[in-house]
Design a protein around this ligand. Structure first.
Ligand SMILES: Nc1nc2c(ncn2[C@@H]2O[C@H](COP(=O)(O)OP(=O)(O)OP(=O)(O)O)[C@@H](O)[C@H]2O)c(=O)[nH]1
Length: 810
């Protein structure tokens, strides 16, 4: 035994899942190059605790997995340690013979040149005293090794080749059976390299003949094992590639043994041994997914379930790509959130960020099964777009309300220029709405192109925008409908007022009929721009059929309320008293036949009193007629279609009717009559007071006309006499002469300029004025002298006195 060989003998280490064990202060096992970890522990459990840090420590992603299989104490660990510089525990026969490798161990070798990792698994061997009965674990371990390895090294002693009863053959049978179980559905896609290392190959029997013997044995075995129907004609080489290597005796030819190791190591390092693309575990399963994959596989194997490798790989791919995608999305979210918060953030930059993150996903997730990776990529993109959409819609929600819709829409709807171009509110609102939507749509086209949002998001944005517009339009439409209604009622009210003012000035017995006729004509003319009773009405509003009907019902009802309001304005005691007074005056003071004022001077007092009674009765009858009122709910028949003739009294107005609240009292006017008896009495009292004055004045006129005697001639003579003395006085006064001279020269001027007419007119006016002054003075004088004749001892004269006094007081 050479010195080097002796050095190789490792000391038996204590029971640990890491070889060689080196613990740090914090009880964390430190791993060094070549250290081994136990993947499946002594209790046949997956050792996640050690495998995860072991895998995470391997920096480069590319890897190959190699497993060694062979009977117990067949020098597996020794071989691996020499081949790959690993530190698997080996048996020290000077201390104890027996099993050293329990469960499944794993170590790694870094190939510096290609920067690839070789993951090497040392699988517990059988055939020893300890494991002879445990075929179950051997099978499971084999399944595990095959499920995750590209190369399976089978360690065989040269002297056992050709001995079918040897333990190796049993082992190979398991490998074949397990492989069928795992890969029978995908024999063309997946292959495992069976690398037979013939140990203690002295060289007496050439490797070629050993290989032939082995292949024959394998053929025989393949025939013997139970195969699925579709694989009855298959060969084991359909599933495996075979390679044979003879290794010299470890003790007797150690130098040569070491050379054999170096040669094979080179084949691994240069990857020439992995010449087939079929060993493609690492192609579909990146190193960071290996731990999860192997753990899942072991869980399935140990629970004795059917292990379906493609499903496991898909599961891992799904899990891992999701994990990667979540990380990337989180990162994007943090960047995007900052971007959304900045004012006027640029979508182009956001799109660039998205691309960067998607590229990162390509880099990391693209190593997994393509279909899974592509699916996850779409999902990641959707998530980013959803994030953008949410931020965008939140941003727009406020903007839509405050800026785009409310301002834009309201401004445009009320824009005088636009109103002039499109007077119909309905057409105007539709056109503005379409313009805004297409403008809005245009804004998102660029975002769609940049992939910042997807078409679903875009659709949702447009929908939300449209629904916002519709809400505002609905409101504006309502306002517009109120405007139309108010305008009609305002005009109606004005015209009714004008009409009533005229019509109540006389006690017309057909008052209500006339009012009904006028109302119908007026409403009909006001509704003319919107249609007629015959054709139906169409208002320029965005109403559906029900809303339209509802609007017309309300309009009809509001017209009646307007009528009610106009009538109500007449019903105060003062107003009615004035109306009656006016009516009385119009029939008492004016002759209805020729519409001239009555000439009371020729009437006797009793004639006047008869007339007074007649007029009073007429006025009172009118009041009775008015007070009864009329149920004018039928006024709207043949104005609006019967469907729309709402029952005015029952129509309960709730919204937008505040304008009418003030005359809701009007409802009762119809139900209980316009005036109560008490109110009527008050009106009549007031009316009688007012007409008493007129009566008294009329009587006075009659009496005055009687006393109005003609002026006697002696008065004129007296006047002439008084005037003569004044003329003499003027002639004697130089100032008056001067005045006469001025007048004379003025006359010459007038004579020459021919302005007689003008002077005549002035003189005429002057004379009239003087005449009037003289007559009024004379009347005053006569009044005083005749006063005693007028005074007679009667009740009427008493009232007259009083009233004269009252008048003078007033
Ligand atoms: N004859 C011979 N003995 C060897 C060779 N390689 C190793 N041994 C010896 O075989 C014994 C078992 O070696 P291990 O490497 O521990 O064998 P193993 O297969 O890993 O053992 P287990 O893990 O317990 O199954 C040790 O005493 C080694 O010195 C070899 O090539 N030829």
């Amino acid at each position: 035994m050479s010195e080097e060989s002796l050095n190789i003998l490792a000391e038996e280490t204590s029971a640990t899942t890491v070889q060689p064990a080196e613990k740090s202060a914090g009880d964390v096992v430190l791993l060094h190059e070549g250290d081994a970890v136990q993947v499946i522990n002594d209790d046949q459990m997956y050792n996640e605790k050690d495998v995860v840090p072991f895998i995470n420590k391997l920096k480069d992603d590319e890897y190959h997995v190699i497993s060694i299989f062979g009977s117990q104490s067949s020098g597996k660990s020794t071989l691996l340690n020499h081949l790959f510089d690993t530190k698997f525990q080996t048996m020290n026969e000077q201390i104890k013979r027996g099993q050293t490798t329990k469960g499944i161990w794993m170590s790694s070798r870094k190939v510096t040149l290609s920067k690839k990792n070789l993951l090497i698994m040392d699988v517990e061997g059988s055939d020893g005293v300890e494991k002879s009965d445990d075929k179950d674990f051997e099978r499971k371990a084999c399944l595990f090794a095959l499920s995750s390895s590209e190369v399976l090294i089978i360690n065989v002693w040269e002297h056992q080749i050709g001995l079918y009863q040897g333990n190796n053959m049993e082992l190979l049978k398991i490998v074949f059976e397990v492989n069928l179980q795992l890969f029978h559905g995908s024999q063309n896609e997946h292959k495992v390299l069976l690398l037979f290392i013939i140990r203690d190959h002295i060289g007496m029997t050439p490797l070629k003949s050993l290989k032939e013997t082995m292949c024959n044995e394998l053929d025989k075995m393949w025939e013997q094992i139970k195969k699925p129907l579709d694989l009855q004609d298959s060969k084991f080489t359909d599933f495996f590639d075979l390679e044979f290597k003879g290794f010299s005796h470890y003790f007797l030819q150690n130098d040569k043994f070491l050379e054999d190791c170096v040669a094979l190591r080179n084949e691994f390092d240069s990857e020439s041994i992995f010449n087939s693309n079929k060993y493609k575990l690492n192609k579909t399963l990146p190193l960071d997914g290996w731990e999860l994959y192997s753990q899942n596989c072991w869980n399935v194997i140990s629970s004795s379930e059917q292990l379906d490798l493609p499903t496991q790989q898909i599961l891992v791919a799904k899990f891992k790509t999701k994990e990667i995608s979540d990380g990337i999305l989180q990162n994007y979210k943090s960047i995007a959130m900052v971007a959304y918060g900045t004012k006027d953030f640029n979508f182009k930059n956001l799109a660039e960020d998205m691309t960067k993150h998607l590229n990162k996903f390509d880099e990391q997730g693209g190593r997994y099964t393509e279909s899974v990776y592509l699916e996850e990529k779409i999902s990641l993109l959707n998530s980013m777009q959803e994030l953008n959409y949410n931020a965008l819609s939140q941003l727009l929600d406020e903007e839509i309300h405050e800026n785009i819709i409310l301002k834009n829409l309201q401004i445009k709807l009320q824009d005088k220029k636009i109103i002039k171009e499109v007077p119909s509110f309905m057409e105007r609102s539709i056109s503005i709405k379409n313009d805004l939507i297409s403008e809005y749509n245009g804004d998102w086209v660029s975002l769609l192109e940049l992939n910042v949002i997807n078409s679903d998001n875009n659709e949702k944005l447009i929908q939300s925008f449209t629904s916002h517009i519709n809400k505002v339009l609905e409101l504006e439409n309502k306002k517009e409908s109120l405007k139309i209604k108010k305008k009609i009622n305002k005009d109606l009210f004005k015209r009714l007022n004008e009409y009533l003012e005229v019509v109540v000035s006389k006690p017309d017995t057909l008052f209500w009929d006339g009012l009904k006729e006028f109302y119908r004509k007026t409403v009909s003319s006001l509704l003319k721009p919107f249609g007629s009773f015959e054709t139906g009405y169409e208002f320029p509003l965005n109403f559906n059929e029900t809303e339209h009907k509802d609007f017309i019902i309300k309009l009809a009802s509001s017209n009646q309320k307007t009528l009610n309001k106009a009538i109500s304005e007449l019903t105060s005691v003062q107003k009615l008293a004035l109306i009656l007074e006016e009516q009385y005056k119009n029939i008492f003071l004016i002759d209805p036949e020729n519409q001239t004022p009555r000439f009371f001077e020729n009437m006797t007092i009793s004639e006047m009193e008869t007339l007074d009674t007649k007029c009073k009765n007429e006025c009172e009858s009118w009041l009775q007629l008015f007070a009864k009122g009329l149920d004018y709910s039928a006024f709207n028949y043949h104005l609006y279609s019967e469907d729309f003739v709402a029952d005015f009294a029952n129509e309960s107005s709730n919204e937008d009717e505040s304008d009418y609240e003030e005359f809701l009292d009007g409802d009762s006017l119809i139900k209980y009559g316009i005036l109560s008896d008490l109110k009527k009495t008050k009106v009549l009292q007031e009316f009688n007071k007012k007409i008493q004055l007129i009566n008294l004045q009329t009587k006075r006129t009659i009496l005055q006309s009687r006393a109005n005697t003609k002026i006697p001639p002696y008065i004129y003579a007296l006047l002439f006499f008084l005037g003569y003395s004044k003329i003499i006085y003027v002639l004697k006064n130089p100032l008056w002469i001067l005045t006469l001279l001025i007048l004379g020269s003025s006359w010459i001027f007038v004579h020459r300029s021919g302005q007689y007419k003008f002077v005549f007119m002035i003189v005429q006016k002057w004379i009239d004025m003087v005449k009037q002054i003289i007559i009024s003075k004379l009347r005053e004088f006569l009044d005083e002298t005749n006063n005693s004749d007028i005074k007679k001892p009667s009740s009427e004269s008493y009232e007259l006195d009083n009233l004269s006094k009252k008048n003078s007081n007033e």
